[in-house]
Ligand binder design. Structure first.
Ligand code: SAM
Length: 237
């Protein structure tokens, strides 16, 4: 439990929340023996590189209370599940295209008795076309899923006008940001903040970029599944 003091102090967690993180780490390690969920599977790295890293979102954006959030390409639940544990009244949807990851997430949700937490097996490109998901979320998150111009096409269609996309990135974000201007103009987004962080106890830099949805995404986007990755929305020179 001592290993969790870092999280407890930094994010003012209650004992109940710490217990949920402990259970989550234990399930992650257990399932990782059978399925390849994550390359990170010792306690210290799970706490810092998954939990702490995910919760950094709350230092870049603070208004989660009562909001509807979808985490695209959530994998083992990052950053969506740590954000849910920290903000119990957040309504969270965890989306991934790999079914085994969804099975794991359902197990975590049941064990941790998380309310208002749903999983969705599918591709972001398809959800973006589906009227029950398109422009239906206040917040969208994504970590380690794709380069920014691709991510913008996957994520912006899902956000309500005025909502925010929180992109969790590594240190090298400037060139991706420059490449993103074309997609932003086309899809209805603007950069509202860029925050840099150092991971505690590890010398690794993280950047969180906040995008605001400024106008409705034209109906032709997102394009068919696989196209955003093959033909990234960047300016042709
Ligand atoms: N976000 C998690 C994290 O940071 O640990 C997982 C990152 S993992 C490298 C990328 C995940 O995105 C995979 O689980 C993959 O199945 C999912 N993914 C990739 N493309 C996707 C798409 N178009 N729609 C939904 N999920 C996608």
């Amino acid at each position: 439990m001592e290993k969790y003091n870092l999280l407890k102090d930094e994010f003012s967690l209650t004992n109940e929340q710490i217990n949920k993180f402990v259970q989550y780490a234990s399930l992650l390690k257990e399932w990782n023996k059978k399925f390849n969920l994550t390359a990170i599977d010792n306690d210290r790295d799970i706490i810092i590189k998954h939990f702490y890293d995910s919760l950094l979102c709350t230092k870049a954006w603070t208004d989660f209370s009562g909001k509807k959030l979808i985490d695209i390409g959530t994998g083992g639940g990052f950053p969506g599940l740590p954000l849910k544990i920290l903000n119990p009244d957040l309504d969270v949807t965890l989306c991934d295209s790999l079914f085994k990851r969804i099975t794991f997430l359902n197990e975590v949700i049941a064990n941790l008795e998380l309310e208002k937490t749903t999983t969705l097996h599918g591709r972001a490109e398809d959800l973006g076309k589906d009227i029950s998901h398109r422009e239906n979320y206040d917040l969208v998150t994504a970590r380690a899923v794709a380069k920014l111009p691709i991510l913008l096409e996957l994520c912006l269609p899902l956000i309500k006008v005025g909502g925010v996309f929180i992109a969790l990135k590594g240190p090298e974000v400037q060139s991706e940001l420059q490449e993103s201007q074309y997609a932003l103009n086309l899809l209805g987004g603007e950069v509202i903040d860029i925050k840099e962080f150092k991971l505690k106890e590890i010398d690794e830099q993280r950047t969180i970029v906040l995008f605001k949805k400024s106008f409705p995404t034209p109906s032709k986007y997102p394009r068919k599944a696989g196209i955003p990755q093959k033909r990234m929305l960047v300016e042709m020179r």
